[in-house]
Design a protein around this ligand. Structure first.
Ligand code: CTP
Ligand code: MG
Length: 239
């Protein structure tokens, strides 16, 4: 399937960063020369072939960042919801009609390799819903409280990242099908979970170690280091 309809991006940035702690949600913390969320905005607003980018912010941060729309002409801002998937849905709802597919990407993963974006766009063009992921490297065990109950086969485990690339029509279908209260928590933390819940097929493609999510204060040390590598040109993520 080749589509001439545009590809859009939704960037959920509406969380409160509870695991990071501190007075300001983690997406607004400075890394290198800009706030964490702006790495994704910059990468994806300037990516060839992306028609629209929706940045989903906590409602009380909308005014502070409305000036960004002057710098990025394809950027739309909107307010987030109580959970990540509701924030993403708010973002999808403000897109203009006629979108082919949507790349959903957590701004908490500031360093996006070009090759990963390209693979996601190509998958959408081929009519496939894909998530990005890396194979598990640690041994994975199921536990019950402090007790180990089962050891899973690591070769059959992937650790899921974003971007996740979903056909627009499927996303709309999923939102119509789900009733918030019925989604188990384990399925509501990413779009693939919603698709699985609604019975859609989801494929996975190789993500990247650079797509690690900034969750805790320790991750900020890593993010500062990577931002430094990018600034000095030692790392480009443009291959
Ligand atoms: N997110 C969102 N709206 C929410 C919750 C999360 O847009 N109601 C976004 C976050 O801003 C982040 C992404 O979803 O970019 C992934 O979420 P996570 O890393 O869990 O961030 P937080 O929910 O902010 O952090 P925590 O779970 O520690 O509170
Ligand atoms: Mg969260």
């Amino acid at each position: 399937m080749i589509s001439d309809k545009p590809i859009a991006v939704v960037l959920p940035a509406g969380g409160s960063g509870l695991r990071m702690g501190g007075p300001v949600p983690k997406q607004f913390l400075q890394i290198g020369h800009k706030p964490l969320f702006e790495y994704s905005v910059n990468r994806l607003c300037t990516y060839p072939g992306i028609g629209f980018v929706v940045l989903v912010l906590p409602p009380n941060f909308l005014t502070q960042y409305e000036g960004l729309c002057a710098s990025y002409k394809n950027l739309i801002l909107t307010a987030g919801g109580d959970t990540r998937w509701q924030s993403v849905r708010n973002g999808v709802q403000v897109l203009p009609p006629g979108i082919h597919g949507v790349l959903i990407h957590d701004v908490a993963r500031p360093f996006i390799p070009k090759s990963v974006v390209q693979t996601c766009i190509e998958s959408l063009m081929a009519g496939k819903n894909v998530i990005t992921a890396c194979r598990a490297t640690d041994t994975i065990k199921q536990v019950d409280g402090s007790c180990v109950v089962n050891t899973l086969d690591r070769r059959a485990i992937i650790q899921v990242q974003t971007p996740q690339a979903i056909l627009h029509a499927d996303l709309i279908d999923v939102y119509q099908k789900i009733d918030k209260d019925q989604i188990p928590h384990s399925l509501a933390t990413d779009e693939a979970g919603l698709l699985e819940f609604a019975g859609f097929k989801v494929h996975w493609v190789e993500g990247s170690p650079w797509l690690k999510k900034v969750t805790t204060a320790e991750d900020m040390v890593w993010a500062e280091w990577v931002a430094g590598l990018l600034l000095s040109g030692k790392l480009t993520l443009d291959d």
